[in-house]
Design a protein around this ligand. Structure first.
Ligand code: PRX
Length: 585
């Protein structure tokens, strides 16, 4: 099945023709330097700063009056920022950071809900030469501590409620110099904690006009996101300013941004989609972005699209499935005619979702594929190309992708194997923070190994088949089983924990834990509830197990590794496979 996905209105209006009109010829002639690097403004001294490209250059080009951001607060507030105001405020925060003595490459953690101040701070930090490390505001103290410790965090920007949630662990972060508190509109009545700095006081004391941008180069570090693997704690993926080049051009071609677009990205900045496509891609393309503070809401989202004439919408499969569950009649109550393009990322987009989207939005939902490590879209269904529901599309111009066998040789179309990319794309991660060996291990025979399994069809469309490791994808978010296991065994009742992803019709997978107990503790519903609460408080509701089973013996290899594969096979009632390395055979 294929969809000619050009929207009916787009065909008749030349201004709405896709930016990438002819995939095959653009791909054949593409040149990163001519088509992307040279399209940036660059700094006067030849350097590159992603926040400059996202914000300041539009002011320099006479578009200062254009709206950059419309913030919709969870209490019904609305704030609007033009590019000129955004520049001014982010320069001011850049000055704040310089007054605090920020150095090139210093890691600044941002632990906040989606407030305008988050974006102003992020751009200010980048202009001042710092590295931003945004975290999900849903995180509990354990993930925040692990990440800040690992990265040697120097500054933290947060809000009073979130600070209170992690207060206990903050003294553990010995590298931390300052905590900056954003008490937006006095939302919190709690007295400030001694030693913390107040964002608004710092801002009014700083002079944006005397701010001079740090002379960052394309190779300086800019953004850090933690991602989960199947072993060990999450790793810090480090991106450089140069990633902005690919973020800009994928925004232009894969999300089809046009200068007059109103864009709505439902991703949280704690996730790489929320920085690459919630900051860099839209703003470098000069669009107006809606920042919606609230969480998922079918009618809330449709109302935003209708009331603000959203033209481009980027979301995720779990959200689409939740919209489907809410019902097509809910969509039909709203006017969705402003929409021109819908994109989705993070997990496989099931064909039914594409078909449903086509029925209710008059266009299919365009799946695209990428990872924290790739920094930007690598493979996409483009607005000018027929969509094959269930496929993640074709590689972006300038990107070479392949499917490899277990000797890392390319396979013919039709066979499933390891999804790999030829290294060297502009937004490729620089390394995993202080884990060079782990970084190096991702490269084999000249390929970057993504950790996903996929196949290619005869026409070069890629089809996702699954992950090659134990990482769990729940509602588009990767969860490392080790992180959850580590949290569970901190509870006195738990001796060992094994964590798997259990298939789920909405979230794709949910986190399920199996635990053995220490002597003197009794399995039962009460302990189960207690462990769930314990894990939720420490991790976050999205990462904590949705189900916990008590078992007598944890299946392990002779070397003591928990056999999650076996736990999963048992859970799903599948053959247990090779158990010859089992401890208690
Ligand atoms: O397994 C793939 C899945 O999400 C992983 C990347 O997750 P993360 O690093 O958190 O990056 C999020 C930014 C997109 C991939 O290795 N994934 C992502 N997109 C898709 C997908 N699986 C299937 N189809 C997709 N379109």
């Amino acid at each position: 099945m294929e969809f000619d996905q050009i929207n009916k209105t787009a065909v008749t209006d030349p201004a709405k023709r896709p930016n990438l009109e002819d995939y095959a010829s653009i791909r054949a002639n593409f040149d990163w330097w001519r088509d992307a690097f040279e399209k940036m403004d660059w700094l006067a001294g030849g350097g590159l700063n992603n926040a400059y490209e996202a914000v300041d250059r539009h002011v320099a080009h006479g578009h200062g009056d254009k709206l950059a951001m419309i913030w919709l607060g969870k209490n019904g507030e609305e704030e609007r920022y033009t590019y000129a105001e955004f520049k001014h405020e982010s320069d001011r925060f850049g000055a704040v950071m310089q007054n605090l003595g920020i150095g090139l490459g210093d890691r600044v953690f941002i632990f906040m809900d989606r407030l305008p101040e988050l974006y102003i701070a992020a751009m200010g930090i980048l202009k001042a030469g710092g590295v931003i490390a945004p975290l999900f505001s849903a995180f509990g103290p354990d993930p925040v501590r692990d990440r800040m410790l690992d990265a040697g965090a120097k500054y933290l920007v947060t809000s009073p409620d979130l600070r209170a949630k992690i207060s206990e662990m903050l003294p553990d972060i010995k590298t931390l110099k300052n905590v900056i508190i954003v008490n937006k509109d006095g939302r919190s009545d709690d007295p400030p904690v001694e030693g913390d700095l107040d964002y608004y006081e710092l801002m009014s004391a700083a002079d944006p006009d005397s701010f001079t941008m740090a002379e960052t180069t394309q190779y300086d570090f800019a953004i850090m996101h933690y991602t989960s693997g199947s072993t060990g704690k999450p790793k810090g993926v480090l991106h450089r300013h140069q990633a902005v080049i690919q973020q800009w051009i994928t925004g232009h071609w894969a999300l089809d941004f046009k200068f007059d677009d109103v864009y709505f990205c439902t991703a949280d900045p704690g996730w790489v989609t929320g920085t690459s496509y919630g900051m860099m891609a839209p703003w470098t393309n000069g669009v107006t972005q809606i920042i919606y503070e609230g969480g998922f809401s079918a009618s809330g989202w449709y109302k935003v699209i209708q009331d603000y004439d959203v033209t481009v919408w980027y979301t995720a499969p779990t959200a689409v499935r939740l919209l489907m569950r809410a019902g097509g009649d809910v969509v039909d109550q709203y006017d969705m005619s402003s929409l021109r393009f819908i994109g989705s990322v993070g997990e496989p987009l099931n064909p039914e979702a594409v078909v449903w989207g086509n029925r209710h939005f008059n266009m299919p939902i365009h799946d695209n594929w990428w990872q924290t490590e790739t920094g930007a879209i690598m493979c996409a269904n483009y607005p000018s190309m027929a969509v094959r529901p269930g496929s993640m599309g074709r590689p972006f111009p300038g990107i070479t992708m392949g499917v490899l066998d277990d000797q890392f040789n390319e396979m013919a179309p039709g066979s499933a194997g390891s999804l790999a990319v030829r290294p060297g794309w502009p937004s490729m991660m620089y390394t995993y923070w202080q884990q060079d060996e782990m970084y190096n291990s991702r490269f084999k025979k000249g390929w970057y190994i993504t950790g996903d399994q996929a196949s290619i069809d005869e026409d070069g469309y890629f089809w996702f088949q699954g992950r090659a490791d134990d990482v769990i994808n729940t509602a588009g978010h990767l969860v490392g089983p080790f992180e959850v296991e580590s949290a569970l065994i901190e509870h006195e009742a738990v001796a060992e924990a094994g964590v798997i992803g259990k298939p789920d019709p909405i979230a794709m997978e949910v986190v399920k834990a199996f635990v053995t107990l220490n002597p003197g503790h009794e399995a039962g519903p009460q302990l189960r509830r207690e462990l769930m609460r314990f894990a939720r408080d420490r991790l976050s509701a999205g990462v904590a197990p949705r189900e916990i089973d008590f078992i007598d013996i944890m299946p392990k290899t002779r070397s003591g590794k928990i056999m999650r594969r076996l736990l999963k096979a048992r859970e799903l009632g599948l053959p247990e496979g090779d158990t010859s390395t089992l401890e208690d055979d």
